[in-house]
Write a protein that binds this ligand. Structure first.
Ligand SMILES: Nc1ncnc2c1ncn2[C@@H]1O[C@H](COP(=O)(O)OP(=O)(O)OP(=O)(O)O)[C@@H](O)[C@H]1O
Length: 288
């Protein structure tokens, strides 16, 4: 471990890679005197303003549409677009404001736009219309978060921490805590390709939550953990909230949301159907 951090710390002068895009509310190019986490609870961290996200899907062309010169020329002459392109309007005019200390659960049926909304807040999807403003760096922790399967858990911990902007000293300090939290024990020396999906998810959560986040977006990452791990994760999410970060949590397990969040947004077909107190929103959601 010491060797690995030394090796990586020799990569001089390189800015650590950061996840997501930092779209600041304040147009002021000067960095704020106080970091976002110093701000009192109750100040906005994320503003989503009439957000629309549209995917363009280039599906399989029908036999008639398949590429040949005559078809292509006809399309050009008729000024038609690619025939096989379809648009999926996944988020349709979503607006809300999130505050420091908020843990917001996002619920909705399959395909209602939950993951799309989180990816847009993380800056990974450009708005088709509207805007997302975040105060601080959003970090998306998803089931597909970018850890490298062919590398050992140890290497992924170190690289993951660097990617979040930690210093070598911070990585050294947090390393054992991450291993312990993930519960992967001696598997840390093996490539992640040998891990079960639950072990991978636990390691991803342990790495991502080792840092204090301004805005942490968690997409179903807790779903594969066992009961004990979920308890630990809920505790961790509470700590992040208490340190005045903002957490978004997508989970199909409504108990996790109820126990962790102070607010729930219910998405239905890309629009907000309800936004408010977890008990009220979840009761309405399970009814209807
Ligand atoms: N990469 C993509 N390309 C095209 N369409 C997509 C893409 N990702 C999602 N969609 C579509 O966007 C809509 C919203 O999908 P999204 O994954 O955000 O929903 P979700 O609420 O997270 O679903 P689930 O609960 O199943 O994870 C769906 O109609 C889906 O088919």
């Amino acid at each position: 471990m010491a060797e690995l951090t030394k090796e990586l710390s020799q990569v001089k002068g390189e800015e650590p890679a950061v996840r997501g895009k930092d779209v600041r509310v304040h147009p002021n190019p000067e960095p704020p005197a106080k970091g976002p986490l110093d701000a009192p609870t109750g100040t906005p961290t994320v503003i989503v303003d009439d957000l629309h996200i549209v995917y363009r899907v280039y599906g399989a062309a029908s036999e008639n549409e398949k590429g040949n010169a005559v078809n292509a020329l006809t399309r050009i002459l008729k000024r038609q677009g690619r025939p096989q392109m379809k648009e999926v309007h996944a988020v349709k005019g979503v607006s809300f404001v999130a505050y420091h200390g908020d843990a917001i659960g996002v619920v909705g049926r399959n395909g209602s736009g939950k993951s799309t909304l989180l990816r847009a807040i993380a800056g990974l999807l450009p708005p088709h219309e509207g805007a997302v403003y975040t105060d601080g760096q959003p970090s998306l922790l998803g089931v597909n978060a970018a850890l490298m399967r062919e590398l050992t858990g140890e290497r992924n911990i170190v690289l993951g921490c660097y990617a979040m902007g930690m210093t070598p000293a911070e990585v050294r300090e947090k390393y054992q805590e991450i291993v312990d939290f993930s519960g992967i024990d001696e598997f840390v020396q093996l490539p992640m390709s040998t891990y079960s999906s639950g072990m991978g998810a636990r390691l991803r959560f342990a790495i991502s939550s080792a840092k204090t986040h301004d805005v942490l977006l968690i997409d179903e990452a807790l779903a594969t953990g066992d009961r004990e791990f979920r308890k630990k994760s809920e505790q961790r999410i509470r700590q992040i909230r208490e340190s005045a970060g903002t957490v978004f949590l997508v989970a199909h397990d409504l108990k996790v949301i109820e126990q962790t969040c102070n607010r729930v947004i219910w998405l239905h077909k890309g629009k907000i159907k309800m936004d408010g107190d977890p008990k009220e929103v979840l009761a309405a959601y399970t009814k209807g």
